[in-house]
Design a protein around this ligand. Structure first.
Ligand code: COA
Length: 258
């Protein structure tokens, strides 16, 4: 059975981590498979958005696979962290929106994977956490960086230093997730969100993602310059002409992604 399942329908690629018997823990095979899937999704024009989830009813992803940890050398562990970071960076910087459909435990690398998505929707039974300190470790897939950027330094440090998991409603309260829905509504909600974005101008969506993701790492005035350059680039697109003329003509826009 493949460790990552994919399904492409109506421009939305659903990516499912498929090791339910191990709560979808990320081993080397899953990480490599996710790298391959994200790499292909980036260049596949049929893919407009991604929804990420975990197989089974219990977990999104319960973390990196702990069973491989006892044999790691420091050099292996550094490589393990760098590879996971690169795969999550590939997802975040793909230029296409991604939505984590968090259907249960999102712990350690699972929380980090969800945070690399553009947005997170949680089922009401989801739990989030960075429990690495209980194992004598720290987050290694950029959790120490993305978590404080999403929820603020104090809340991120509480999660990272105590290792305590939090329920979906608390994740919503601190801004770690965008919405909480009943489990049965999780995938339909994520697909509806993705479909709404797919109805907008694809290049504008790509540049908006880039302006936020890249701009947040720049000094403010340089991020403004970067934003203005992308704004200028939008004006050169057919989609901008179509969007404006559709608005003025009081008709729905039809975007070509050009
Ligand atoms: N790595 C490897 N295996 C894992 C795993 C992980 N991160 N998380 C769960 N599993 C495995 C368990 O070892 C168990 O395997 P087994 O049936 O062969 O014994 C199986 O998944 C089911 O997990 P189990 O612990 O029995 O389920 P539970 O409902 O009692 O507890 C959790 C669920 C999520 C609380 C618990 O599995 C857990 O704490 N997992 C580790 C979370 C973690 O520390 N992640 C960060 C890693 S850096």
């Amino acid at each position: 059975m493949p460790v990552v399942l994919t399904d492409l329908a109506e421009g939305i690629l659903t990516v499912t981590v498929n090791r339910p018997e191990k709560l979808n823990a990320l081993n080397a095979e899953v990480i490599e498979e996710l790298r391959r899937v994200f790499h292909e999704a980036k260049s596949n024009a049929e893919v407009g958005a991604l929804v990420l989830t975990g197989a089974g009813e219990k977990a999104f992803v319960a973390g990196a696979d702990i069973s491989g940890f006892p044999s790691l050398t420091p050099v292996d562990a550094r490589d393990f962290a760098r590879k996971g970071q690169a795969v999550l960076d590939l997802l975040e910087k793909m230029g296409k929106p991604s939505i984590a459909a968090v259907n249960g435990f999102a712990l350690g690398g699972g929380c980090e994977l969800a945070m690399a998505c553009s947005m997170r929707v949680a089922a009401s039974n989801a739990r989030f956490g960075q429990p690495e300190v209980a194992l004598g470790l720290i987050p290694g897939y950029a959790g120490t960086q993305r978590l404080p950027r999403l929820v603020g330094k104090g809340r991120a440090l509480e999660l990272i230093l105590t290792g305590d998991p939090i329920p979906a409603e608390e994740a919503l309260r601190i801004g770690l997730v965008n919405r909480v829905v009943e489990p049965a509504e999780l995938i339909p909600t994520c697909r509806a969100l993705a479909a709404k974005i797919l109805g907008k101008a694809p290049l504008a969506v790509r540049y908006a993602l880039e302006a936020v993701n890249h701009g947040l790492e720049l000094p403010f005035d340089e991020a403004e310059l970067h934003e203005a350059a992308l704004f200028g680039l939008c004006v050169a697109t057919e989609d901008m002409k179509e969007g404006v003329s559709a608005f003025l003509g009081k008709r729905p826009a039809k975007f070509a992604g050009k």
